[in-house]
Design a protein around this ligand. Structure first.
Ligand SMILES: Nc1ncnc2c1ncn2[C@@H]1O[C@H](COP(=O)(O)OP(=O)(O)OP(=O)(O)O)[C@@H](O)[C@H]1O
Length: 316
């Protein structure tokens, strides 16, 4: 089990700025935790602390019951059973993809090394680039080699910092399925930092949403999605509308946070009469942008609607 208990963390360079505060959680071996949060909320910092690149005070991080001591206690920062794939890919440019990956292997048995390289290239879908020099790869391809390289020595824990940020949507889906299935098969514990909610919904066992260095919510993806507590959390999953509960005849006036698929046009008159501002074609549906009580309201519809017309809305 990986246990993280961070009281607070500040960088030496900015001693008056708290970067992370009151972050505690644990994940079981083989589980996948997704850290979801907007840019600058502290995701990379948290990964660096877990990996052991920064020193902590009044805090503890442990793996399988053993406390990780941090950089002050080791000559080479970083734990040997853990690998971090950061946003800098750290490849050797003048050698091939295969040699880059093999540089992390024991290099005693050429044949088994070669097999392992092939297996890993298959995981990141780069078999055709085995002999290509790293400097001739695109950003997304380098990112995939960095992941394969991190997996070479079979780490127990893999930390991924925005692992698919340079990869197009079409390939991303295939890669994510391959990689996360491989990690499950090998029982490798993984933490992925991202602002892509799909990674959280489809591939996480647990999601930790961070906001301004603090824990906003923690739980399994279904729980989080089905009880979107506020605009910040809901914003990762789509355009957010906020409507006071009284408009739905709720007993309280507590504002409801709704995603576009949770609102639809009502044939009968309701308390929510919106004016259409714009329509965006989204492929399988139209996203309708409308105005209600000076607020922007988003809902899904099966066809586009004319700007300026008024319709009534209700909850799905
Ligand atoms: N070495 C450093 N020294 C001082 N401040 C830093 C350092 N590295 C990061 N920060 C600050 O810490 C905060 C959190 O940064 P961090 O990179 O952890 O965020 P993030 O959520 O990973 O962002 P992104 O999604 O953009 O990568 C930011 O305000 C950043 O400016």
């Amino acid at each position: 089990m990986l246990k993280v208990n961070i009281d607070s963390f500040k960088y030496q360079a900015t001693p008056n700025k708290v970067i992370l505060e009151d972050i505690s959680f644990s994940i079981n071996k083989g589980e996948h935790l997704v850290l979801l949060g907007e840019s600058g909320c502290g995701k990379s910092t948290l990964l660096h602390l877990i990996y052991g690149l920064e020193s902590l005070k009044n805090s503890e991080i442990s793996w399988s019951g053993k406390t990780l001591l941090g950089p002050s206690f080791s000559l080479i920062p970083g734990e040997p059973f853990m690998k971090l794939v950061s946003q800098q890919f750290d490849l050797m440019p003048f050698i091939s993809v295969a040699e880059n990956i093999a540089s992390h292997l024991n290099r005693r048995d050429k044949e088994s090394d070669n097999k392992r390289v092939d297996e890993l290239l298959n995981v990141v879908d780069l078999s055709d680039f085995k002999a290509t020099k790293a400097k001739h790869l695109s950003g997304g391809q380098k990112q995939r080699v960095a992941i394969a390289k991190a997996l070479a020595k079979a780490p127990e824990v893999l930390l991924l910092d925005e692992p698919f940020s340079n990869i197009d949507n079409f390939l991303k889906n295939k890669l994510r399925r391959n990689l996360f299935a491989y990690l499950k098969e090998k029982n490798i514990t993984c933490i992925t930092a991202t602002h892509d909610s799909e990674e959280a919904l489809s591939f996480a066992d647990t999601v930790l949403v961070l906001k301004d260095g603090k824990k906003e919510c923690f739980g399994n993806p279904t729980e989080i999605y089905n009880s979107l507590s506020n605009k910040y959390v809901a914003g990762f999953f789509g355009d957010v509308s906020e409507i006071e509960g009284t408009f739905f005849k709720n007993t309280t006036s507590k504002t409801e946070v709704l995603l576009p698929h949770q609102l639809k046009i009502s044939e009968e008159k309701t308390a929510i009469e919106v004016e259409i501002i714009n329509t965006e074609f989204k492929g399988s549906y139209y996203l309708i942008i409308s105005k209600f009580n000076k607020k922007v309201i988003y809902f899904q519809h099966f066809k586009s609607l004319k700007t300026g017309i008024k319709v009534y809305l209700k909850k799905v």
